[in-house]
Design a protein around this ligand. Structure first.
Ligand code: PLP
Length: 392
């Protein structure tokens, strides 16, 4: 078994390590056996825990607690928000759903599902810098738009999107917007991710809670249908007994995120920038993606010309360093990332991508080790590739 303690985690965007406060909250909630819908004392205790967590998440989002609906994570939240709003607005003439070409696969899949249900789907491509043009996005939403989705921060390359401008423009037109704020919360100011008038989706494990837990922040004036109907839990917005333990942990992590000044990430940004400059100085052919755009402070996506990201990531893994690539693995075959293709990269270039993402606990030494490991892996791979290419 791997010795996880000695490993270096540079894959924070995939999931932040659970915070101690979240572990403590989970453990103390585990002692409460009640169902929050029950009227008896145990049920009331569970309800109290759930409502405290709701208030904590609401405070992070700057909204009244009644707007927070707990879900099983960011993926369910995306489906609930996009489907809920599109169907809630499917009146005469409103049959289009517009999403950005940068969306996480969960939002793309939600849109595809709506396509199968008879909606017309438009995907607005980003520029080569990985940023959506607000004017172009708004223009796409002019006619018959039932719902739109624009993420706040792109999970692979970290670029920030013009969410506030788009939310305001759409509000004027009465088009509901879903903002996937999963990667932006905690790492950027609230102005970057909302929740404004929009529906906003959150995931607990990106900010130190546990996977399998998230929320939809309902839009200010919700004309939305629930995706999961069932009992009257979550005031009818989401059927099913709520996961009180996970919500309690999410709430505890939200308190820490709400209290942490966004300037706490400045040091992380400095480390990220140092990583990029040291890597480019020591290795030929490094291209940082979205470098000139506004980005998350913790994320660096780059490619090393001629080398596959998965080979570099595998070499780093052997050195005890976790990073990720731009490929989504399905049934063992690496597919190039749809985001990178939308930015105009070729499939070959997209396969070269490596993502390094840092967290508040990332030590400086991790950056130096990662640079050294990448330089060593790249020269090994290049030595190995050179004779193979010469022999062709
Ligand atoms: N949206 C973004 C931008 C993400 O990065 C992720 C997870 O990586 C999700 C949504 C999905 O969240 P969850 O894992 O909680 O379903």
């Amino acid at each position: 078994m791997d010795h996880v303690e000695s490993r270096i985690d540079l894959d924070y965007n995939a999931g932040a390590p659970p915070l101690q406060a979240a572990r403590d909250a989970l453990e103390s909630a585990a002692g409460v056996a009640g169902n929050p819908s029950s009227a008896h004392a145990q049920g009331r205790l569970a309800r109290q825990l759930l409502e405290r967590a709701r208030a904590q998440v609401a405070e992070l989002a700057g909204v009244p607690a009644a707007r927070v609906v707990f879900t099983s994570g960011g993926t369910e939240a995306a489906h609930a928000a996009l489907h809920g709003l599109a169907w809630g607005h499917r009146e005469a003439g409103r049959r289009r759903v517009v999403i950005s070409g940068l969306e996480h696969p969960c939002m793309r899949a939600a849109a595809l599902g709506l396509g199968r249900e008879g909606f017309e789907i438009e995907v607005v491509p980003p520029g080569a810098d990985g940023v959506i043009d607000a004017g172009r996005f708004l223009e796409s939403c002019l006619d018959g738009c039932a719902a739109a989705a624009l993420m706040a921060a792109q999970n692979e390359i970290g670029t920030l999107q013009p969410v506030a401008e788009v939310a305001d423009g759409l509000a004027d037109r009465g088009v509901p917007l879903v903002v996937d704020a999963v990667q932006a919360v905690d790492r950027t100011e609230r102005e970057v991710w909302g929740p404004l008038h929009a529906a906003t989706t959150l995931s607990a494990h990106k900010l130190g809670g546990f996977a399998g837990s998230g929320a939809v922040i309902l839009p200010e004036k919700a004309r939305m249908i629930p995706l999961i109907a069932g009992g009257e839990q979550e005031r009818g917005w989401r059927g099913g007994t709520p996961a009180v333990l996970l919500a309690a942990a999410f709430g505890a992590a939200a308190v820490i995120a709400a209290r942490r000044p966004v300037t706490a990430w400045d040091g992380i940004e400095t480390l990220r920038d140092r990583f990029e400059s040291h890597l480019a100085a020591r290795l030929d052919g490094v291209v940082v993606l979205g470098k000139r755009a506004r980005r998350l402070p913790n994320t660096s996506a780059f490619r090393v010309r001629g080398l596959r990201g998965e080979d570099l990531a595998a070499a780093l893994d052997l050195d005890g360093i976790a990073v990720s690539t731009g490929s989504a693995c399905s049934t063992g075959a690496a597919r190039p990332s749809a985001t990178l293709l939308a930015m105009g990269l070729s499939a070959g270039e997209a396969r070269e991508m490596v993502r390094v993402s840092l967290g508040p606990a990332t030590p400086e030494e991790a950056i130096d080790r990662a640079v050294a490991a990448l330089v060593a892996a790249a020269s090994r791979l290049r030595r190995h590739l050179a004779p193979a290419r010469a022999g062709r």
